[in-house]
Design a protein around this ligand. Sequence first.
Ligand SMILES: NC(=O)c1ccc[n+]([C@@H]2O[C@H](COP(=O)([O-])OP(=O)(O)OC[C@H]3O[C@@H](n4cnc5c(N)ncnc54)[C@H](O)[C@@H]3O)[C@@H](O)[C@H]2O)c1
Ligand SMILES: [Zn+2]
Ligand SMILES: [Zn+2]
Length: 361
Amino acid sequence: MPQQVKAVIARAKGAPVEVTTIVVPDPGPGEAVVRIQACGVCHTDLHYREGGINDEFPFLLGHEAAGIVESVGEGVTEVEPGDFVVLNWRAVCGQCRACKRGRPQYCFNTHNAKQKMTLLDGTELSPALGIGAFAEKTLVAAGQCTKVDPAAEPAVAGLLGCGVMAGLGAAINTGNVGRGDSVAVIGCGGVGGAAVMGSRLAGAAKIIAVDIDDRKLETARRLGATHTVNSRTTDPVEAIRELTGGNGADVVVEAVGRPETYKQAFYARDLAGTVVLVGVPTPEMTLELPLLDVFGRGGALKSSWYGDCLPSRDFPMLIDLYLQGRLDLGAFVTETIELDAVEQAFERMHQGDVLRSVVVL
Ligand SMILES: NC(=O)c1ccc[n+]([C@@H]2O[C@H](COP(=O)([O-])OP(=O)(O)OC[C@H]3O[C@@H](n4cnc5c(N)ncnc54)[C@H](O)[C@@H]3O)[C@@H](O)[C@H]2O)c1
Ligand SMILES: [Zn+2]
Ligand SMILES: [Zn+2]
């Protein structure tokens, strides 16, 4: 029987989000219904609400979630009812050209549920990142459920489902930060903060946090930054160079998603260094750089989708490190809120008051 549950949707571009009732079908072949326990509020949800991703309204928002598998459809073997899972937006297909070449972290054909969740009048919903977890229950592809140790708190575990994994992975996987490296992170919200934490985990010797908000810089220190730069008052390129013997950082992570911060990242890295773009730009943004500088500075200009993670490899490992007290994922949870407070959480995110607000159900 299809179920009716409460959920948060964005009905139209720019309109405040609303709590409404949606219909969740029974899981079909390869699908699972998950009872959501917690779901973090990510900047990407706000991008959807503002029409910055695409125009496929209404969106069912929320995608950084953990919960319990309630039921599974035909042929599902990887999870079963009762499993504690973190939802992911990279259920790899195993068949596409990336998967076949042994690079499943770039899978170009990730799985989502085939059936649609709908409004009561039958209008089909577009779930954010194929998840849609500001909801009591959601329907996903079974491969989007990654089992982790149930000892982890849902509000913390769910964060690995997007922003925190994106930041950790931007540093560790995409940036390949290693022992002794110097790293700068531009933009220290949930994603950038996680890049700071990932850099520390990877053994970086110097971690320079850059933001325009002193509160974010204070938090970045707690997460592992060795130096902070407020780029509202100080030129970040000069400051990063000064802190790295005049050279620039080995790896610069851009976690804002704007041309001007990308340029800062580009010029704040050492020759042959790496820039990792993990911030998501909007469609109208363009970048102009002297091609000679692109050539002459060498190194690598990379983008990081979801921290180049493989959920099945990375989620259980990171949860284990968290449970061992070696990765303070709890530091990202600024507040827990109810389902009807997502709009206010966007507002607080906009004001820079939070790293993550997490809806707990
Ligand atoms: N690549 C991915 O897979 C992935 C995954 C999740 C989120 N994201 C993206 O990462 C970005 C950050 O997400 P978040 O959840 O951390 O957002 P957030 O709003 O929590 O953090 C953004 C931070 O950037 C800072 N900032 C804004 N303008 C700045 C500037 N000009 N210079 C320096 N700092 C500035 C803000 O003060 C804030 O601390 C967003 O674009 C989001 O869509 C990407
Ligand atoms: Zn694939
Ligand atoms: Zn996200």
